[in-house]
Design a protein. Structure first.
Lengths: 232, 232
DNA sequence: CGAATGGATACTGTATACACGAATGATTTG
DNA sequence: CAAATCATTCGTGTATACAGTATCCATTCG
């Protein structure tokens, strides 16, 4: 959806510009490491440098743009170590999200969750990436809505954006697993089993990242081996 | 520490200005809800509106300033519900921090941790608030350093700033408990017991907030009653 | 022929200016 | 006297301008 040089009559320009740039980064139009010159972007969008500048600052706060003191902005490039850091934090917070959702346990919103899950079952390996990511986002946002923690929501959204580019290549191959894991989380939320929901959500992130869940408890209580994607 | 009208020869002004405003907010000079007009601040600091504007945007991203579209900036005022949200998230992430620290278990940095702990034992109810908070910050930053997750670090720091004003009134009365809880966390980190360290750190936040730890597992494994500040 | 140095260029940091919208107070009218 | 309306003022949103610095390329020296 084009918006007509953007310079016309819209609401707070910095927001519009930020959304535009964010979208282009997540779509891969701007590659990681690519420099984002204020004047170039402002000319391209038909606005002055100021809204662009503020948008870049905002994106920097979100983590998808890096701002070096006298060198300007560039698309953040994550090292393997930083990717692991992102995943660790996101896994933990998605776990909290699911735990809170299971504790609140709002039947009305859970119905919405199941609706999204049902829609997700129709998605196949041949669906286009945008639709896959769309459904994924919907699911996580629905869990968020049930958890009802706005602070958590903002942080997790930022983390999701930052990991989106990293997970994207693997997301198509993991459609089936993804759906199954979502379903398991929903079941745990419905049954009100907060701990299970949290555990599954945390693992879900590690699985999506195809990364071992090193932060997990050594499971002192129950069996340890081969438990990945057990439990429903 | 004055810095001489600020307008002279410093590094990136927006950062200097942001630090200045943040400090004044955390010191209580600007009350929650108070409006922060760009021009007023810029005149006060001897710089133009632009650096102030950018500083306010940055502080908004940190959460301690709220920015309404055509109304400008004000010191964020948190409702009780939002305070609970902040505490939930911070407790979870401080837990992750401690878990990671226990897993890494770097002897050199642990020595630093014990040094800070020792310094903390000298603090009494009659110490001034700044020193109390200083030691507290030192401790948490040392744990951060061991955990070595920069993403986590940034998020948790923001959360600490946001909760600082809320915890402040109770912090003097809790000096002894605080120190004991810190000591218990350190012991767990030293012994490499990641789960215990995480659990204690999480509880530590809830205790500091004087808030029940509702998000905690129902402890299916072990005993439940009267466990607050046991294990040490 | 390679490395260092100098200048030209491009871009950011900051200041100033103007336009639009919101808030406030006075004035007028019922 | 109360309420509504209008004018004024204050403050943000955006644009433009200028200064300082980093980057890049050409030139020169070893």
């Amino acid at each position: 959806m084009k918006v007509g040089t953007l310079g016309s009559r819209h609401a707070p320009l910095n927001k519009v510009v930020a959304d535009s740039i964010r979208e282009r980064i997540l779509a891969g139009e701007f590659a990681p490491g690519e420099r984002l010159a204020e004047e170039k972007l402002s000319a391209e969008l038909g606005v002055s440098r100021m809204p662009v500048r503020e948008a870049l600052r905002a994106l920097c706060a979100e983590g998808i743009v890096t701002l070096e003191p006298r060198r300007g902005a560039s698309v953040t490039v994550y090292t393997d170590a930083q990717v692991r850091e992102l995943v660790e934090v996101r896994a933990t917070l998605e776990g909290l999200n699911a735990r809170l959702a299971a504790r609140r346990h709002d039947p009305k919103q859970i119905a919405e969750l199941e609706r999204i899950l049902a829609a997700g079952s129709k998605i196949t390996e041949r669906s286009d990436l945008a639709r896959i990511q769309e459904n994924n986002a919907r699911f996580h946002e629905a869990v968020e809505a049930i958890a009802a923690n706005s602070v958590l929501m903002n942080i997790v959204r930022s983390l999701r954006d930052r990991t989106a580019l990293i997970f994207a290549p693997q997301s198509r191959a993991r459609i089936r697993e993804n759906w199954e894991e979502h379903a398991a989380i929903v079941r745990a939320v419905i049954s009100g089993d907060a701990e299970l929901a949290g555990l599954l959500a945390t693992r879900h992130v590690y699985n999506a990242a195809q990364m071992p869940d090193a932060a997990e408890p050594a499971a002192p209580t129950a069996a340890k081996p081969g438990m990945k994607r057990a439990a429903a």
